[in-house]
Design a protein around this ligand. Structure first.
Ligand code: GTP
Ligand code: MN
Ligand code: MN
Length: 383
């Protein structure tokens, strides 16, 4: 394997968006260990160590072979120093003492469980979970004490917690797609609907289903999302939804975007429904109500004007930078654009800061070309 390792070494560039990162790779034990240390660093508030371990793990995901000796990583980006010690120990002893210690530490375990529970609630991001955790909130029952302070989204997330903790399968995602397309096409027959997110990168399951909606004629998109969601709601297919309107004044460098977006929880009918779901009889899923013929599924619907569609597609395909996935393709792409190309990228477009101009694009391939990057297919963006 020394030939392949030399080759991999020479070809490993610094940014994850310059590398093909497949969904499945060859160094799971080491990557898992480095990600445990990354998570532990983030629990201790050390962003730098978090990024260091995350980047080392991300580089190893691209290796086309299983590591045999630590020598093979000596020239790899981000795999020196502390990470190299970890890699070496695992290769020699199968385990790394530091990782075992971290895994068994009370702080790590309680943080992990606490964060997993809290960030697992729809409407609870890493910031809220962090704040709650510091306020002593560790479990769902602790949340009763601050019930009055919960947002509508968070309340809906709690109500459907059990269902939303179950991964969404590809089959379920495809059935959601039929529902969504049916609703949108009843208003605009030739509307374009694309499944984005993890499923587009080839994952077999996800925490939600993401869709991007567009049409060459911008007029056709006016009010479409609201009408389609209201239609689905009237059929009992929507348990919760919140629509964020399109905003024109988002910061160019912001990671937030201004696309019209619907964050929803669908009542997805079972594969062979005996009867259709009825909004009037929906019960919280934590009690002992009779068997249901639907499952609560998180759905994101994003509307992008045709001219921004490729940028929105690239942005909403991921992978994202967010616990608990430790995936960071999007973050790396934006960091590369800014640092290497002096261009600001978001899901609306690409702006050249020095030349002060925008680059239009009609495909993801064109965006990679504008950035001077080799094109990566969605399934190669699992960094
Ligand atoms: P799973 O859903 O867990 O399978 O993973 P995923 O990769 O599909 O993640 P998620 O659905 O959270 O996000 C999909 C992509 O959309 C990621 O690249 C995110 O960065 C991006 N994304 C999610 N929410 C937002 C948002 O509010 N604004 C923008 N601009 N992008 C978002
Ligand atoms: Mn998703
Ligand atoms: Mn999503």
């Amino acid at each position: 394997s020394s030939v392949s390792s030399d080759k991999a070494t020479q070809e490993t560039p610094s940014y994850a968006c310059q590398r093909r990162t497949p969904l499945h790779h060859h160094n799971k034990e080491i990557v898992d260990a480095l990600q445990i240390l990354a998570l532990s660093a983030s629990f201790q508030g050390s962003e730098a160590r978090y990024l260091g371990f995350t980047r080392a793990a991300s580089v190893l995901k691209c290796l086309p072979f299983t590591l045999q000796s630590a020598e093979e990583v000596k020239d790899l980006q981000f795999c020196g120093g502390h990470s190299k010690t970890v890699i070496q120990e695992i290769l020699e002893d199968r385990v790394c003492r530091e990782v075992e210690m971290v895994k068994n530490s009370e702080h790590y375990q309680s943080m992990k469980v606490g964060f997993k529970v809290l960030t697992g609630i729809f409407g609870v991001g890493i910031r809220t979970a962090d704040k709650w955790y510091r306020d002593g909130i560790r479990s769902l029952s602790d949340l009763n004490e601050i019930e009055g302070k919960l947002t509508g989204e968070q309340k809906a997330g709690l109500l459907h917690y059990t269902d939303l903790q179950q991964p969404v399968t590809r089959d379920e995602a495809e059935r959601v797609e039929q529902l969504v397309k049916g609703a949108l096409q009843s208003f605009v027959p030739d509307v374009q609907v694309t499944m984005t997110g993890g499923f587009r990168r080839g994952k077999q399951e996800g925490h939600d289903v993401d869709f991007l909606i567009t049409h060459p004629n911008e007029e056709a998109l006016n009010g479409l999302l609201r009408k389609a969601v209201a239609w689905l709601d009237s059929k009992g297919s929507i348990l919760y939804h919140h629509i964020k309107g399109r905003s024109h004044n988002f910061a160019r460098s912001s990671t937030m975007d201004g696309h019209e977006t619907c964050y929803a929880i669908f009542a997805l009918p079972n594969a062979c429904p005996e009867k259709s779901p009825d909004a009037g009889t929906i019960q919280p899923d934590l009690d002992k109500s009779p068997p249901r013929n639907w499952k609560a599924v998180r759905v994101d619907l994003v509307v992008a004007p045709y001219s921004e569609y490729s940028y929105a597609l690239l942005g909403w395909t991921g992978s994202k930078f967010f616990y608990p996935l430790l995936q960071h393709f999007e973050r790396e792409l934006r960091r590369f654009s800014l640092q290497v190309k002096k261009m600001s990228l978001n899901s609306h477009g690409l702006f050249d800061i020095e030349k002060k101009c925008h680059y239009p694009a009609t495909s993801e391939e064109e965006i990679f070309a504008h950035l001077g990057l080799l094109y990566l297919t969605p399934s190669e963006r699992n960094a």
